[in-house]
Design a protein around this ligand. Structure first.
Ligand code: DC
Length: 247
């Protein structure tokens, strides 16, 4: 049985992770979050204090990476490490280390091994260009850095509020307003938006300018600017395109 593959590439915070997961669920396909592999490698190198100039040590660590995905949780060296793997600091380190050809080469087959029946939805930067160049459907999701920063800052604000951020509540009370959840979220979001946007622009520039497997749409990719779309609208578009491909 041949394996059907849908690739979903795009820059940081373009919504590709959410869209890829929902498309995979709808089609009953496996899911590859290739960014998580680069992130896990970066975290392993940081934990072991490997010098980022020591190419052979970085390569050895990539080959020896002990990584498991269990549902949405990520296990590194037998320990649950989802939150650390998903942190912005680890994302930035992954962006730096993923520009090294030996690291990419060492992680390539591990990604291709996810292509098993009945099919795979693969999310990343080079899924359509390098890892699965003959995939029958290639999507490139994008939106401006400002729109992506607003989304990402909104997510971080929710996480911080859930983790008990109290400073903004105090500020709101001092202004004489009752602190509503929406008000708190908006206060935190507005505070962090400039930093988040600056980080996104740095990561975009690093991912696009590297010489090996730079972030760009494959020549046969369908580019979707999802600034005005909810994730479920984008998922519906991808599923319609998949049905058309099957015909
Ligand atoms: O998608 P993400 O933010 O989890 O990815 C983290 C970094 O990993 C990203 O900035 C660049 C690198 N990456 C890559 O080079 N190739 C991929 N296919 C996926 C991620």
């Amino acid at each position: 049985m041949s394996v059907s593959i849908v690739t979903i590439d795009g820059p940081v915070a373009s919504g590709k992770g959410t869209v890829a997961r929902q498309v995979a669920e709808a089609l009953g396909f496996h899911l590859l979050d290739s960014g998580a592999i680069y992130r896990a490698h970066a975290l392993a190198c940081l934990s072991r204090k490997i010098d980022f100039n020591e190419i052979s040590s970085l390569e050895r660590q990539a080959k020896a990476l002990s990584l498991k995905f269990l549902g949405e949780s990520i296990w590194l060296d037998g320990v649950e490490a989802t939150a650390e793997v998903r942190s912005e600091a680890v994302g930035m380190a992954a962006s730096t280390l993923s520009a090294i050809p030996q690291v990419r080469a060492a992680l390539l087959q591990r990604q291709r091994d996810f292509a098993v029946a009945p099919g795979l939805v693969a999310d990343g930067r080079d899924m359509g260009t390098i890892v699965f160049p003959s995939a029958p459907l290639k999507i490139y999701l994008t939106a401006t850095a400002q729109v992506r920063a607003e989304r990402r800052a909104g997510q971080i604000a929710k996480q911080r509020l859930a983790a008990g951020e109290s400073l903004s509540a105090k500020q709101l009370i001092e202004k004489g307003k009752p602190p509503t959840i929406e008000g708190l979220l908006e206060t935190i979001r507005a505070q962090i938006q400039p930093d988040v946007e600056a980080q996104i622009r740095r990561r975009d520039s690093q991912d696009k300018s590297r010489t090996i497997a730079p972030l760009k749409p494959a020549l046969d990719a369908i580019v979707i600017d999802n600034a005005e779309h909810s994730p479920s609208e984008t998922v519906a578009v991808v599923l319609s395109l998949w049905k058309l491909r099957l015909k």
